[in-house]
Design a binder for this molecule. Structure first.
Ligand code: 1PR
Length: 559
């Protein structure tokens, strides 16, 4: 193949997966490092990540904006991804936090990018959704009927379809009643709101179709398709797999899994009653298996990161680098995302620096545990003031809220009545089957830090709300009582948190059979559900979970 892809990477986030996806389609890459290279490119891919403001600022200060306008005006081959599509429009309100100011974009496509109404739906729009084709394009040649299987979106802002831009629309998508442009094409200029590099085999097929048609000069052979205006798409519920990773007693990095966060075998040692760290496999090969089996997302959690700093944690960085070579669904990494001082050199690393290492290694999202609890405590203690300095704020400001997950590790505190509890904690009522050891029919969910080792005087609902205010884009909601028990998710906890925030919630802890997923999706507002042990032990297959969901009337991404 002679075509070389010119990649516009302005250093704002994880473009490793875009690189890996292009390479896996058989093409080589050259990095654009100066505006003069733009005119010489065969094809440009612009994977915009982070915020609109930071993307446009970089384009303007480097002089890429005018070079790009000239390139696009000459109808040269181009693929913008996510922000790489949004910046093609006239402006965006993703600017200055007040929704009334607009920041100009490249102005190639008529229209303005605006925020989803969060009073009507969870924002960001995160996950797998369908597309409805308005044109047939050679870029879609490997995608069934031009209307693809679901593809992966992660964004809070969208471009509405208007009379002025309707000829640009390649596909549209619906997010809970809101139609928007999910991809555009005119001539050789193409762009997607979704992430082909994170959309599994469908995304790779799109990228392959696009690059092959650039190479053979057919890309611009598009034809309009008659569209049915009442057709719509739906965000599917996600099935997530978590890999709790740590070193075992031999120093090997393994995937482990605990019962209520205790990851050691119970009875190896006759004296202590505690054994070695459970070893359920190797992180990269296990994650690759889950990708093949249809996991919608994969989370790696470094569960002993409170002991050492992650900057030196080369094995975990290598896990991400390796995993992102062959896994094209979103990867989250958690554990140790906080500022820390290297005890040997005395050097201080900010949480943003730690997160940046992980993003560069291939993570799409980072997950913050303990540090989010400390930040929430400070937030309430100061009467709800934002300092702009917490890990949540600094990382979401730089990489966008959609890249920041907060992982909460609460445990139940049973009480006889709601009056026994400090008013700042949210109390839930329990049915008989969930009653406490003394028959208590109420509980509140006390947050812990350091992997459940230390309890704090703050509840899960409070941490979730503060996290949302400080810049989290998603909540991963564990429950120490249910972890590893295979009795199903804690619906009371999931309801309490998912009704208190507008960002998506991932239910975690307790899944033991297919129906537990369908149950939590039916009973609560969570958008995703996560399991670990039952998949690691091969007791349940991801495909069967999804079949059960579909049979129960819950849309899933069937691979
Ligand atoms: O506090 O920012 O360093 O983050 C530490 C991260 O490590 C947090 O996300 C925390 O949840 C996680 N973690 C710490 N210790 C443990 C442990 O198990 N000893 N694992 C731990 C948490 C919870 C889930 C688990 C589900 C599903 N694991 O990831 O996979 O409960 O399990 P199941 O389906 O088998 O029931 P920081």
């Amino acid at each position: 193949m002679t075509l070389t892809v010119s990649l516009l990477d302005y250093g704002a986030g994880n473009v490793r997966s875009v690189r890996n996806a292009i390479t896996s389609c058989g093409y080589s890459i050259i990095d654009i490092t100066s505006p003069s290279q733009i005119d010489q490119a065969d094809v440009i891919i612009f994977p915009g990540v982070g915020s609109y403001e930071s993307a446009m600022t970089v384009l303007q200060t480097t002089g890429y904006d005018n070079a790009l306008r000239a390139y696009l005006a000459a109808d040269r081959p181009y693929l913008g991804i996510c922000l790489g599509m949004q910046t093609l429009f006239e402006s965006s309100t993703e600017y200055k936090d007040d929704q009334s100011s607009e920041l100009p974009g490249l102005g190639v496509i008529p229209g303005h990018v605006i925020k989803f109404d969060e009073t009507k739906r969870s924002v960001p729009h995160i996950g797998w959704n369908g597309t409805i084709a308005h044109q047939s394009s050679p870029a879609m040649k490997y995608i069934k009927d031009h209307n693809g299987d679901e593809v992966y979106f992660v964004h809070s802002y969208y471009a509405p379809i208007t009379d002025a831009n309707s000829k640009w629309v390649l596909t549209r998508t619906t997010y809970e009643g809101q139609e928007y442009i999910s991809s555009v094409q005119k001539g050789n200029v193409c762009a997607t709101q979704f992430h082909p590099e994170k959309s599994g085999k469908t995304g790779l097929n799109f990228l392959k179709g696009f690059l092959e048609s650039v190479e053979d000069g057919t890309l611009s052979n598009t034809t309009p398709i008659a569209v049915n205006p009442t057709d719509h798409t739906e965000l599917v519920k996600r099935v997530v797999v978590a890999l709790d990773v740590r070193s075992n007693d031999n120093g090997d990095l393994v995937v482990t899994k605990g019962d209520q966060y205790d990851v050691r075998e119970k009875d190896d040692d006759a004296v202590t009653g505690r054994g070695g760290v459970r070893n359920l496999g190797k992180p990269v090969s296990l994650a690759a298996r889950y990708y093949d089996e249809g996991a919608d997302e994969i989370a790696f959690l470094n569960i002993t990161s409170f002991r050492q700093g992650v900057i030196e944690d080369m094995p975990m960085l290598q896990v991400l680098e390796e995993a992102s070579k062959s896994i094209f669904v979103p990867l989250t990494v958690g554990g140790g995302i906080r500022s820390y001082t290297d005890p040997e050199s005395g050097k201080v690393y900010s949480a943003l620096e730690v997160a940046s290492r992980y993003f560069r290694a291939g993570a799409d999202k980072i997950s913050i545990g303990s540090d989010a609890v400390y930040a929430a405590e400070d937030y309430y203690a100061s009467g709800g003031k934002k300092t702009g300095e917490t890990s949540l704020e600094t990382i979401s400001h730089r990489y966008g809220v959609q890249a920041v997950v907060v992982s909460i590790d609460p445990k139940r505190v049973y009480v006889a009545s709601p009056e026994c509890v400090d008013k700042k904690h949210t109390v839930v009522s329990l049915d008989e089957s969930q009653a406490g050891p003394n028959g208590e029919r109420y509980c509140w969910y006390q947050c812990t830090v350091k992997g459940g080792r230390e309890a704090k005087d703050i509840c899960a609902v409070s941490v979730a709300k503060a996290s949302e205010a400080l810049g989290a884009g998603e909540i991963m909601l564990n429950c120490i009582d249910m972890d590893g028990q295979c009795n199903g998710f804690d619906h009371a906890l999931m309801t309490a948190v998912s009704t208190a925030v507008t960002i998506p919630v991932i239910a975690s802890s307790g899944a033991g059979k297919e129906s537990h997923f369908s149950d939590v999706f039916k009973a609560t507002k969570v958008q995703a559900a996560l399991a670990a042990g039952m998949f690691h032990r091969k007791e349940v297959e991801i495909g069967n979970v999804k079949k059960h969901m579909e049979a129960s009337g819950i849309r899933a991404r069937i691979v």
